[in-house]
Ligand binder design. Structure first.
Ligand code: PLP
Length: 394
């Protein structure tokens, strides 16, 4: 059975060209980028070239890019690093209810360390109102952190407007752009960003590598102390092969891929929404990530849909990969004002530039039957839904 991978929000397949670019840094060019001999300098050159590529892709300077082990580390570094470096100024942080767990849990931990955190509400499509951000700012506020493209519902925040508010109020602004990087505009100057989290494995690069953009002059305390790597902000021998792969993935990503994924996403929406009692979770059009679709199917559980799809070789997800081991309804969907029952009936389908129309057609062929079968078994379903259900071969 051929796998149809529709869980690219969790992670993506490494592009074969990325793997090719990484290979020499495992064998021939294995040097430590801190060594002064030629093997070290060879690695150092590759590291700095990658830094330039990534910096350029978001309108930053090369010395504003700090390589990390991924999105979780970059987000922890941003939130905790700013909190501790700026605590003489204040102890208040503003974030939202729809952040990734690594922001939410870092903030919760900071609350145990004497910091106060405001978790902003979002509207029913998942948007944060920049005016609410402004209203929440107090004399004690030192940081605003708002996710750019949401990992579950695809909503793309107006980070330019939020950035303007923060710049006007002289508050440091961080955005978690793991899902949006290379999929929509991300420009540190145009969007007034002070800190940006990005990672590699969401864009067909290797896992375990990411970066934090830190605007020049931003006061931040390192999490890792050691030999002073990464401008003394993140000690530890750099993952040169991973970083080279990350930069290669950035170079490959292009606007034609955005167009292609948008077309495929819209085809997916158009067809899945033909299933009765199905709703879209999150935003629509340009204000949604080009690779993300998220639906709620009434009277059924997303987990069961996922299991049936998996049996047909189709990978999907309910909520984010990191929290799918809990039985709690998604905090993101609950923040949209959904009830727990509808939130449990949600399914995320996330595509990539490698997703084909044939794969989506296959999904569309099997999904209505799965939903209908599950509704027949569901104690929650209305009897007319059960009667009219067409099991589509299941
Ligand atoms: C929005 C967002 N932030 C952070 C992360 C964590 O990134 P990583 O898996 O690189 O630690 C993810 C990935 O799941 C994500 O989607």
């Amino acid at each position: 059975m051929k796998t149809i991978y529709l869980d690219n929000g969790a992670t993506t397949m490494a592009d074969p060209k990325v793997i090719e670019a990484m290979k020499p840094y495992f064998d021939d060019k294995f040097g430590n980028a801190s060594s002064t001999h030629h093997k070290g300098q060879e690695a150092k050159m590759a590291l700095e070239e990658a830094r330039e590529t990534i910096a350029k892709s978001i309108g930053a300077r090369y010395d504003e890019i700090i390589f990390t082990s991924g999105g979780t580390e970059s987000n922890n570094f941003a939130v905790k690093g700013i909190a501790f470096a700026n605590k003489s100024k204040g102890n208040h942080i503003i974030t939202t209810k729809i952040e990734h767990d690594c922001i939410l849990n870092a903030c919760k931990w900071l609350e145990t360390q004497g910091f106060k955190v405001t978790y902003l509400d979002v509207d029913k499509e998942g948007f944060v109102d920049p005016k609410q951000v402004e209203k929440a700012i107090t004399k004690q506020t030192i940081l605003v952190s708002v996710i750019h493209g949401n990992n579950e519902i695809g909503t793309i925040q107006d980070i330019r407007a939020i950035g303007e508010v923060c710049r006007k109020k002289e508050i440091i602004f961080h955005t978690d752009a793991c899902q949006s990087y290379t999929k929509t505009l991300l420009d540190v100057k145009k969007q007034s960003l002070d800190l940006v989290t990005i990672n590699s494995h969401k864009i067909h690069g290797p896992k375990g590598v990411g970066a934090l953009y830190v605007r020049k002059g931003t006061k931040i305390t390192p999490l890792n102390h050691g030999g002073g790597h990464e401008f003394a902000l993140r000690s530890g021998t750099e993952n040169v092969s991973g970083i080279v792969g990350f930069a290669k993935a950035v170079k490959i990503a292009g606007s034609s891929h955005i167009k292609q994924m948008t077309k495929m996403r819209d085809y997916l929406f158009e067809n899945v929404l033909k299933i009765p009692d199905t709703a879209v979770n999150g935003s629509t059009g340009d204000r949604r990530l080009c690779n993300n679709a998220n639906f709620s199917f009434k009277y059924v559980e997303g987990e069961s849909i996922g299991a049936y799809l998996d049996a047909k070789g189709i990978c999907s997800s309910t909520g984010s990969a990191c929290s799918s081991h809990t039985l709690e309804p998604s905090h993101v969907l609950m923040a949209l004002g959904m009830d727990a029952e509808d939130a449990h009936g949600s399914l995320r389908l996330s595509i990539s530039r490698f997703t084909t129309k044939e794969e989506i057609d296959k999904l569309i062929e099997v999904l209505p039957g799965i939903i209908s079968k599950l509704r027949k078994m569901s104690p929650l379903a209305k009897s007319d839904t059960k009667d009219s259900a067409d099991s589509g071969g299941w």
